[in-house]
Design a protein around this ligand. Sequence first.
Ligand SMILES: [Zn+2]
Length: 263
Amino acid sequence: MRSEWISRLNYGTLKGPCRINVPLFNKVLNPRTATATRWISDFAALFVPRRCAGCDTTLLRFEECLCLGCEEELPRTRFHEDPANRVEQLFWGKVQLEAASALLHFARTGMVQHMLHRVKYQQDSETGLFLGKLMGEELKASPRFATVDTLLAVPLHHKKERVRGYNQAQLLVDGIREVWPLPSVGKELMRVVRTPTQTKRGRLDRWLNVKEAFHLPDPEALRGKHVLIVDDVVTTGATIEGCVHALRAVPDLRVSLFTAACA
Ligand SMILES: [Zn+2]
């Protein structure tokens, strides 16, 4: 399958011995029709090959972020239309959400973990935007998220964001907006407590830790909106609970959640 793609893309359809697809040949090799950016990216690829965010193999020119194999094997949840899906159940009896879902299933080892690690710790903005676009495509097609009118990335503490240089949730929002151009709010919700890494904490500890972690300086700015909270991964849901807790001050607000992955 893959080799067939390559031959179709690079050489066109061969109709006999030594016959080539002339228009395609011209497009690929004629310096007047080749774009400067492609020359540059092909040249750069000689030295720094683009790698698949899922399995690290070298990407072909037409592959964006993931190789064809990984893209086909993405563990999509496809449970957005189920009001009793696993993500929604995390919040039952705790906070009110209109709808909640995730794009992918997360496993500690594997493709999704690899991708999210690159987005979070290796400044891989291309993978962040790519995941965001996939999220946007599924959100746009989902009736349960149809009334969302504002996107909100779960904020990082400003010191953490300065050290990292970016907020990975905002990258996802930027990707979503490429296919679903809704307004996004950034500074309306602030992370005021710098929470330490949470991976080894118990559930109660985590909750106490993030319950007061967010602050909303101007609740009126979001009055009457349907806000979609966006984050990279949801595990216990404690961070999201913290966000929704802070958003409760907004009159007539509806809140939904969509993450790149759920554990
Ligand atoms: Zn791959």
